[in-house]
Design a protein around this ligand. Structure first.
Ligand SMILES: Cc1cc2nc3c(=O)[nH]c(=O)nc-3n(C[C@H](O)[C@H](O)[C@H](O)COP(=O)(O)OP(=O)(O)OC[C@H]3O[C@@H](n4cnc5c(N)ncnc54)[C@H](O)[C@@H]3O)c2cc1C
Length: 400
């Protein structure tokens, strides 16, 4: 009669990992995961990389196919949740079916922020969020095709690299004066800008598209009057959180569902994790981390909080990007000026470092992923380190 029922809405990284964490942490009640996608939860990072580049691309499942049955989790695929009722603790599917829950986790992720000017191009306009988007893009990214990418954030740059590697002629249009302006420090931005230019990408910074026309090719007119022609336009200009269910249910949202550090919303029976969340900090500020690792960490946190288990320890944030043959990993704080450099980026291997008061705050590795663990520990320790030793490649980082 009083069986606990947890419903997870959203079958991405956060939803799948929350299901795994709930079972690992001993939840033995009914567990349902609802996803509007028809594939079992899959990894999104390969969509802009391997899924566009590999000869025989395969979606990478978040959990092995047999895991769901083995762990008695009911996976409802291809279903959209339309409504939540907080007083009766029910959710309603688009086809009218209802399900009861005792606790709910919203892991509905986000959608590509729309750009209606480009969407007006119909079949020549592309975004990238789901497996189907990657398949569509793969079809158009053929050798010799010319592609305009709007937005030089992480996704825009990964797309520029993949399209170039597939033999396309690529132009990137970015309204800011820099690339990856939201999440990379200045020397990393400079490195990436030069890397793309070296690969033949035309980088148009401080530029915006004002007018588009569909003909034999797409013609794009920039604000400065210049025109570009292309076979396709792909844009990656940020996300819109899929927070409508929460908003309609009266929960606090602001392009994201507002949660505290334990991933609970203002309703103690409803939790949220992943890209859909905005975390409110003790000083009242809100932040969102759109990364694979954050989806995993918040899934663990939400599961622990739902079950009244100890929360996982906090650690400096981490994300990565792969562009051409470069792997860049970002750990800790990315803001601030005056970054140091260990090694020479021109050699293809380096680490950029940010200190405050002699302690390491943040680091970005270039093709040096094996150092991330030790950098993370160093950041977490707050230990004061010598700048000279940190930048001296003959001194092992683990000795500091
Ligand atoms: C192309 C791409 C490349 C990336 N590369 C990297 C990378 O290299 N490194 C990195 O750190 N991060 C990367 N990320 C970010 C990372 O993948 C995301 O932060 C992570 O996937 C977020 O997981 P999530 O579960 O919160 O959301 P999502 O993965 O978006 O999952 C949400 C799911 O909920 C479903 N849903 C939404 N509303 C409903 C509803 N009403 N009913 C039912 N289902 C619903 C959605 O369809 C989706 O399946 C990348 C993201 C993308 C898109």
């Amino acid at each position: 009669m009083n069986e606990q029922i947890i419903a997870i809405i959203g079958g991405g990284q956060a939803g799948a990992m929350a299901a795994a964490a709930l079972r690992q942490q001993g939840f033995s009640g009914q567990l349902h995961l609802f996803s509007d996608e028809t594939h079992p939860p899959y990894e999104r990072p390969p969509l802009s990389k391997a899924m566009l580049l590999d000869d025989n691309p395969q979606l990478q499942p978040v959990l092995p196919a047999k895991w769901w049955q083995e762990n008695n989790v009911q996976l409802h695929l291809g279903v959209t949740i339309r409504q939540l009722d907080r007083s009766s603790h029910t959710l309603t599917l688009a086809d009218g079916q209802t399900y009861r829950w005792t606790q709910l986790l919203l892991a509905t992720g986000a959608a590509a922020r729309p750009l209606p000017l480009i969407d007006a191009l119909g079949s020549r306009s592309f975004t990238l969020r789901h497996a189907g988007d990657a398949a569509r893009l793969r079809d158009i990214l053929q050798p010799g095709k010319s592609v305009v990418i709007v937005g030089a954030g992480t996704i825009g740059l990964e797309l520029a690299a993949s399209a170039t590697q597939r033999g396309c002629r690529v132009t990137v249009v970015e309204q800011a004066s820099t690339v990856m302006g939201r999440n990379a420090p200045q020397p990393v931005r400079d490195y990436l800008l030069a890397r793309h230019q070296l690969a033949g990408v035309r980088m148009l910074l401080n530029s915006a598209i004002e007018h588009v026309e569909n003909g034999e090719f797409v013609t794009l007119t920039l604000q400065n009057g210049d025109t570009l022609t292309a076979d396709a336009v792909v844009y990656g200009i940020g996300i819109i959180a899929n927070d409508a269910l929460a908003r309609d249910a009266g929960l606090e949202t602001a392009n994201g569902i507002i949660v505290d550090a334990t991933c609970v919303t203002a309703d103690p029976a409803i939790f949220a994790a992943g890209d859909v969340t905005l975390t409110r900090h003790p000083d009242g500020s809100l932040s969102r981390i759109e990364s694979w690792e954050n989806a995993n960490v918040q899934a663990q946190t939400a599961a622990a909080a739902m079950l009244n288990q100890p929360l996982p320890a906090t650690a400096p944030g981490w994300f990565w990007t792969d562009q051409y043959s470069d792997n860049l990993q970002f750990v800790g704080e990315m803001r601030g000026e005056s970054w140091l450099c260990r090694g020479d980026p021109k050699s293809g291997k380096a680490i950029w470092l940010k200190l405050r008061g002699g302690a390491l705050l943040g680091a970005v590795t270039l093709n040096n992923g094996r150092e991330v663990r030790v950098l993370r520990k160093l950041i977490q320790s707050g230990r004061v380190v010598s700048e000279t030793q940190l930048c001296d490649e003959s001194v092992p980082l683990k000795s500091l």
